[in-house]
Design a protein. Structure first.
Length: 155
């Protein structure tokens, strides 16, 4: 299957990282992460946005925990269950990645982190960055996902 971008995620500039401490074992957090990410990126509105931005991926295909599967705006680039889920994508204004990492803490809780990497080439890319990153809209979406995973895993 075609990759969304032709450079490794680690070579994209780091944008931010957010985290949540989840009061559940890592395997339960992993299962919650897969469900929440799948639901978050499989909505009709997400597909419309992906098409309007000219995303490489505009449809859902395959299980979210499988490399090469797609959701609107993303392709699953890396899966190391139950520790890493990496999504990547591209559209007219950006190349980007969203990497979720899970770590067990000493007290058997799970630290869930979401790292965003992206580049925004050209003038239109810089304007798009100001719109998405500068307004903190991206932070709200990522934190919403982290909270949803925590709620689901702690049930």
């Amino acid at each position: 299957m075609e990759r969304a971008i032709d450079i490794p995620l680690e070579q994209l500039p780091a944008i931010d990282e957010h985290g949540a401490l989840v009061l559940a074992p890592m395997e339960e957090v992993w299962e919650a992460l897969l469900v929440v990410v799948d639901r978050s990126f499989s909505r009709r509105a997400t597909a419309r946005i992906a098409r309007s931005l000219g995303c490489a991926q505009t449809e859902s295909d395959g299980p979210i925990g499988e490399i090469g599967s797609t959701r609107p705006g993303f392709i699953v680039a890396r899966v190391v269950a139950p520790a890493v889920l990496a999504l990547e994508g591209r559209h007219r204004f950006s190349r980007y990645g969203l990497v979720f990492r899970l770590e067990t803490t000493r007290d058997k809780r799970t630290l869930l982190r979401a790292e965003t990497r992206a580049e925004f080439p050209g003038i239109k890319g810089r304007a798009y960055r100001a719109l998405v990153i500068g307004t903190r809209g991206h932070v709200l979406v990522v934190n919403r996902i982290l909270r949803a995973v925590r709620r689901r895993a702690e049930r």
